[in-house]
Design a protein around this ligand. Structure first.
Ligand SMILES: C[S@@+](CC[C@H](N)C(=O)[O-])C[C@H]1O[C@@H](n2cnc3c(N)ncnc32)[C@H](O)[C@@H]1O
Length: 242
């Protein structure tokens, strides 16, 4: 599964507005100028821009085009081409960050990844889709389309069958079991008609249609609507003591 810089750029303002401010600030208080932060599935570096603390960032992704854009925008950061499916190649770090990543990952990968953190490395993982979408103007097909989209979210995205909407809770349970002090907080997108809403509902309709649900009427109604949409996400912060 690949992501374009255009899509990541389009969603970034909504992502930054959605991040839970308390968890983001709690994470920032743990950063000193020498802290080594590894951002996994970095895309073009959205988490670096959201955290906005100059420190020793490593931006890691498997997509060379996204990494090139991250390097262009953040020449002080190190960039690293990596396939996360092979955890043994991850460099060591004091903190790991991620955004819009863990819902792509399988429960087995999440378990192995938290084991890899070893109870000593903190994790700030923002914007994990939680399976919910609510429009201000409900449509009779909403529930069927959302259910189909969520089934599609659980398909293999390169890590085995994905945790999808359960990712944040699966990750939180694993972090707690590893002894990390773990918090979850909602970070919903609040979308109004415009380019992001258009791209989002089009993507939802395409994914749902791939599972066999007819989505043309739903998509036409959603594109014509002046309603707003809340898309649920969860942010996670898991820190070692001290
Ligand atoms: C939804 S994008 C999020 C990007 C960025 N964190 C953001 O919030 O804008 C998911 C990112 O994970 C990366 N990714 C997916 N599978 C990966 C893998 N197996 N190894 C490394 N990166 C991966 C993609 O290339 C993409 O950049």
């Amino acid at each position: 599964m690949s992501f374009t810089a255009e899509w990541l750029t389009l969603r970034e303002p909504a992502d930054h507005a959605a991040r839970d401010p308390a968890l983001l600030n709690a994470f920032r208080t743990r950063i000193t100028p020498g802290t080594r932060i590894l951002d996994i599935g970095c895309g073009t570096g959205s988490t670096l821009r959201a955290v906005a603390r100059p420190t020793r960032w490593t931006l890691a992704d498997r997509d060379p085009a996204l990494l090139a854009e991250a390097a262009r925008r953040h020449p002080d950061a190190r960039t690293l081409r990596i396939d996360l499916a092979n955890l043994s190649t991850l460099p060591s770090a004091d903190m790991v960050t991620a955004s819009a990543l863990f819902d792509l990952c399988s429960p087995a990968f999440i378990a192995d990844f938290v084991t890899h953190l070893g109870g000593r490395t903190g994790l700030y993982a923002a914007l994990n889709y939680d399976g919910t979408m609510e429009w201000s103007d409900p449509h009779p097909q909403d529930d069927a389309v959302i259910a189909a989209f969520n089934r599609h979210q659980r398909r293999d995205k390169g890590f085995g069958p994905a945790a999808g909407p359960e990712a944040a809770h699966t990750l939180a349970a694993r972090c707690e079991r590893a002894g990390l002090r773990t918090q979850l907080a909602p970070s919903p997108w609040l979308l109004h008609p415009g380019p992001l809403h258009t791209a989002f509902v089009t993507g939802v309709a395409e994914a749902a249609a791939e599972t066999g649900v007819a989505t043309q009427d739903w998509l036409a109604a959603r594109l014509a609507s002046a309603g707003s949409c809340r898309v649920g996400h969860l942010d996670l912060l898991a820190l070692p003591d001290g």
